[in-house]
Design a protein around this ligand. Structure first.
Ligand code: ADP
Length: 274
């Protein structure tokens, strides 16, 4: 049996109730691909499926799809959105990037800004960072006491259950890169004039806290991978493999939802437009 005989939806999913071992997951994995070229061509075909499925999903107007992307700095959230969603109809896709909360956001509960951004029926919503920041950066930087962030895993599970019960399908992807790969990517940002704008000295402070972040990611993924809103840990050192795996899981998920074009009105056959 080759590795790809196990569907990606199963292979990269963190089973609810288990503890993920991020160190034990090879960020360099490339599955059965023999070259980047082969994977890129496979992605192109998958995207054609994704575009058709999105068109149906939008017309169907029965459910929403929420995609949560989390990663360490340079993990590839922006690139994933750009390459996986290329060619989909922008009218049906919404991307929300969650930054340091504003004063207004901080004056509310941490899920307030998240709930407002949850996609409506028929939409695919992508969260570039998310409510998980409230158990990641907030925990690592001690922005609230442990007694506050500790409760959030249960709160998040309950919140996501509410969304699913209300018609959302939720997929959560952790883009798993290793520390050496992060060093290469940060260095590349410094060298490339077109990428320098992405470099922030703050990224180095967070890099120094790598182990604390890995511990926080481990807890977030392990405690919040549920049957209703699973976490997937995606090997992401090779961007082309990451894109392929995520596109594959999106296509499989949409196929299972089986969206249908609504029935047209009766009696349209004889209409001639003059
Ligand atoms: P990105 O790195 O996603 O491309 P930025 O460079 O603007 O975008 O970084 C966004 C910053 O906002 C990150 O440092 C992230 O940790 C921070 N952030 C997001 N959500 C929260 C939150 N709830 N509390 C504190 N900081 C947050």
């Amino acid at each position: 049996m080759t590795t790809t005989d196990v569907p990606f939806c199963e292979r990269y999913c963190v089973k609810p109730g288990t503890r993920v071992d991020l160190n034990g997951i090879d960020a360099n994995e490339v599955g059965d691909f023999e070259s980047k070229k082969q994977a890129k061509s496979a992605l192109k075909h998958l995207r054609e499926d994704l575009i058709k499925l999105q068109e149906r999903f939008y017309a169907w107007d029965k459910r929403s799809l929420l995609i949560v992307l989390q990663a360490t700095d340079t993990g590839g959230k922006d690139g994933t959105i750009e390459h996986v969603m290329q060619g989909t109809n922008p009218q049906g896709v919404e991307v929300t990037s969650f930054k340091v909360p504003t004063a207004e956001e901080l004056a509310h509960d941490y899920l307030w800004r998240i709930h407002k951004a949850v996609p409506a029926r028929r939409m695919i919503g992508i969260f570039n960072r998310s409510h998980y920041e409230d158990v990641l950066v907030v925990r690592v930087h001690d922005l609230v006491p442990e007694s506050v962030w500790r409760k959030r895993y249960d709160e998040i599970n309950a919140f996501e259950k509410l969304l699913v019960d209300s018609g959302a399908t939720i997929l959560k992807f952790y883009l798993h890169i290793c520390k050496d790969e992060q060093a290469r990517r940060l260095q590349a940002r410094l060298h490339d004039p077109d990428k320098r704008w992405k470099f922030s000295k703050g990224d180095l402070k967070d890099r120094a806290l790598w182990d604390d972040y890995q511990a926080a990611f481990t807890d977030a993924i392990s405690l919040c991978s549920t049957a209703h809103a699973p976490w997937y840990v995606i090997p992401a050192n090779h961007k082309w493999y990451r894109n392929y795996v995520i596109a594959n899981i999106l296509v499989e998920t949409l196929k299972q939802l089986n969206p249908q074009f609504p029935e047209p009105e009766e009696g349209l056959d004889d209409i001639v437009i003059v």
